[in-house]
Write a protein that binds this ligand. Structure first.
Ligand SMILES: [Zn+2]
Length: 367
């Protein structure tokens, strides 16, 4: 057996190997039923046409995603390429002949907890890294502040990676910080930015799709987070109450829909006309800022109705009466601007972050 996922963000279970055919299972999230994320290594297959069959693909959280999904492969865990993948007989089949003996396969270009720590070390010379809380596994959670907080400035929040497998949201955050730090003087003239780059460190390190270490979906805990089981949301919410919120974006990835879209807080009972106006203005500005964004495809209005009060976007909108969005980027590709080779990628996630800031600048005076 030369398959392993025993590393940061890794996820796979080995079942069997016959010649160059490997049968594997997705491992379910810690104490939860979610499964979709995979990230594993194979050693010793250089020059051998190999087939990796994910046997329980049809029992995953989003089986509808597989038909159009293409796995990612890397030799150095920096450069990832899409490899031939098909969904057949309820199995996800990745077929590839590695050039070198050690190859990695993943659902999306991974961004592990160690990657996050390395990135923090790098950016802390330009922006202070603040401790927020410890997670259930004892990992660190941080928040970043860009710009001095003065009373006249608008308080703009971005949080990412509530759902552990949505690695594109970490690439987004890198792009966001690059832009904020490179153009700090202009962007923080009338705004102060608060960023929580990694909401779910335990889920990310454990290789979960959605849940934290206790098995909770963090984006269903915002109404009444229990600090014992969900210190992540509890701590961020407390910090928001302390600092205030004028703009909020919760950054996510969607497994199925091949589009970039926003989810607003319109399902809220107390959604005001002012909020609606701000939402329209922001969406219009974002359409101008990036051809990746569109408003035709997204979630049905009532998709979250039962969960609405527990979502971050809704809780913030209701409590702070401010502009509040969930952003969804695809795992697969943007069907309006398809890239057959790369699909949706870390680069596109980074670039889209810049567009969200550009749109924010346009509506800032009205916030
Ligand atoms: Zn999500």
């Amino acid at each position: 057996m030369n398959i392993s996922s025993n590393f940061d963000s890794g996820n796979i279970e080995f079942i069997s190997q016959h010649d160059n055919i490997f049968q594997l299972n997705l491992r379910r999230d810690s104490h939860a039923k979610y499964a979709q994320w995979f990230y594993f290594a194979v050693t010793g297959q250089a020059g051998k046409r190999s087939q990796f069959q994910i046997m329980n693909a049809s029992e995953s959280s989003y089986p509808a995603a597989w038909a159009a999904s293409k796995a990612l492969m890397s030799y150095d865990r920096k450069n990832w390429v899409r490899v031939p993948t098909r969904y057949e007989d309820q199995r996800l089949i990745i077929e590839h002949t590695p050039e070198y003996n050690l190859a990695y396969y993943a659902y999306f270009a991974p961004y592990s907890y160690e990657d996050y720590l390395n990135w923090l070390s790098k950016i802390q010379t330009q922006c202070p890294v603040n401790f927020l809380t410890h997670t259930l596994d004892g990992r660190m959670m941080h928040w970043l502040q860009i710009g001095e907080a003065t009373p006249h400035k608008k308080k703009c929040w971005f949080i990412a990676r509530q759902h552990a497998g949505e690695a594109m949201t970490s690439w987004f955050t890198e792009g966001l910080l690059d832009k904020l730090l490179n153009e700090k003087e202009t962007l923080t003239k009338d705004a102060v930015f608060y960023i929580v780059p990694l909401m779910n460190p335990d889920g990310v390190a454990r290789g979960n799709l959605r849940a934290n270490a206790h098995g909770l979906d963090l984006n269903r805990q915002w109404k009444n987070p229990d600090p014992k089981f969900c210190p992540e949301v509890f701590a961020v919410r407390q910090k928001m109450h302390e600092m205030g919120v004028d703009f909020f974006m919760d950054v996510h990835g969607d497994e199925v829909l091949p589009y970039v879209f926003l989810v607003n807080s319109r399902d809220n009972l107390q959604h005001t006309a002012r909020q609606k106006q701000l939402e329209d203005a922001y969406c219009e500005a974002l359409l101008k800022a990036s051809p990746e964004f569109q408003m035709q495809y997204g979630y049905e209005k009532s998709q979250f109705s039962e969960n609405t009060p527990t979502l971050a976007c809704s809780y913030i909108a209701e409590h702070f009466q401010c502009l509040s969005f969930t952003l969804e980027m695809p795992f697969i590709d943007n069907a309006n601007l398809p890239d057959a080779k790369e699909g949706w990628s870390p680069t596109r996630s980074r670039q889209f972050a810049e567009a969200t800031l550009q749109a924010l600048t346009a509506v800032l005076p009205s916030l």
